[in-house]
Design a protein around this ligand. Structure first.
Ligand SMILES: *Cc1c(COP(=O)(O)O)cnc(C)c1O
Length: 359
């Protein structure tokens, strides 16, 4: 049996190493995963209270429309319910966009390095990828604009960008959006939205009124701490979202995920606390880098990309042996860097201690 030609040679998504694998391989009792930008503080305690209820109906298919969650998110964002599409993680919304918009005649424009799933899914659809290098870790929107041609269907702007944590400011994003042809979809992937501190970060939701070709992606996997339940969503123009909907799997988000996400959304106090702790911990890493003279990319997210001026794999391995799973920059397009998800104060102090004593 053969798969379609576009999939030949494609490698599956390379996730951060699982904790149990590392414990077994290295004979370690304690391993901390700071690799996949999960929330080190878990999720809202309010979610735990409703999880028991969500277990009552496991024999019944979930609500494919995710009505309650949809109402909650629509209210939270101030958009219409019909402007939302939910996915099994925002990963699935990316897949759905590529599936729905791309053929082998088309192309997408993305930055490089950026989140791998944009090009991965576009490649499977047979589309071409116009990659535009980051400039000092930041999207080069002018060059991305120039990379758009008559076959471009989607431009992905990962903001803040994974893996660099850098962001595109409001003015720049707006002037970009104004110039993109209105038959090209601009996807603003805001997976780390809740962590952003920069005052000039684009406020994109109100722009949906004027730009029918704008789509915003958000997720419950990062700050909301529900990565394993797989709930993400897209917000866009109502007609466009409704046109996408038939491409979605009938029950793509599950009951537990919907109930947990709804509850998590209503506990904004938890999100604020996580945001504040994350900023304190970010300053800890920045101070460390400055003290050691290491270049780092200023991050608006919950991870930091540090250039240790030696092969990322080497540092990755040393940290692994000390019980810390991070991301090797070699696999992320930054060969002399590692990407570290910010952990708790105690975890961060320990990993910084290991990094300080690298031989
Ligand atoms: C983590 C991440 C996602 C995917 O999150 P889901 O768990 O699928 O919701 C999407 N985009 C970026 C940039 C991410 O870092």
């Amino acid at each position: 049996m053969n798969v379609k030609q576009t999939m030949v040679g494609l490698v599956p998504y390379q996730p951060g190493k699982p904790i149990e694998d590392v414990k077994r391989e290295l004979g370690l009792d304690e391993v901390v995963k700071l690799a996949s930008n999960e929330n080190p503080y878990g999720f809202s305690p309010e979610v735990k209270k409703v999880l028991q209820d969500s277990l009552e109906n496991l024999a019944i298919y979930p609500d494919g429309y995710a009505r309650e969650l949809r109402e909650g998110v629509a209210k939270h964002l101030g958009v219409k319910e019909k402007q939302l599409i939910f996915g099994n993680g925002s990963d699935e919304v990316i897949l759905l966009l590529c599936r729905s918009l791309l053929t082998e005649k088309d192309n997408i424009v993305t930055a490089t390095p950026t989140f791998s799933q944009y090009s991965h899914n576009a490649v499977i659809e047979g589309a071409k990828i116009h990659e535009v290098p980051l400039v000092d870790g930041v999207h080069d929107l002018e060059a991305m604009l120039e990379a758009i041609d008559e076959h471009t269907k989607i431009v992905f702007v990962c903001n803040p960008n994974n893996p660099s944590g850098t962001y595109v400011g409001e003015e720049e994003f707006l002037s970009f959006l104004k110039k993109v042809p209105d038959n090209v979809l601009v996807v603003s992937d805001e997976a780390y939205f809740e962590y952003v501190a920069a005052e000039d970060y684009p406020v994109t939701i109100p722009l949906l009124k004027d730009y029918s070709n704008l789509m915003i992606l958000r997720t419950f996997s990062k700050a909301y701490g529900l990565a394993s339940l797989r709930v993400g969503y897209g917000v866009g123009n109502e007609q466009f979202i409704q046109a996408l909907d038939p491409g979605r799997g009938p029950f793509n988000t599950n009951t537990i995920g919907q109930i947990a996400a709804f509850e998590a959304l209503s506990d904004q106090q938890f999100i604020t606390e996580c945001y504040e702790k994350n900023r304190v911990e970010m300053e800890r890493f920045e101070a460390f880098c400055e003290k050691k003279g290491y270049k780092y990319y200023p991050s608006q997210a919950n991870f930091i990309l540090i250039d240790l001026q030696r092969p990322g794999g080497e540092v990755f391995q040393k940290l692994l042996e000390k019980g810390f799973i991070t991301r090797n920059g070699e696999a992320l397009g930054f060969p002399t860097c590692i990407r570290i998800t910010l952990g708790t104060k105690e975890q961060n102090e320990r990993i910084i201690d290991v990094l300080s004593n690298l031989s």
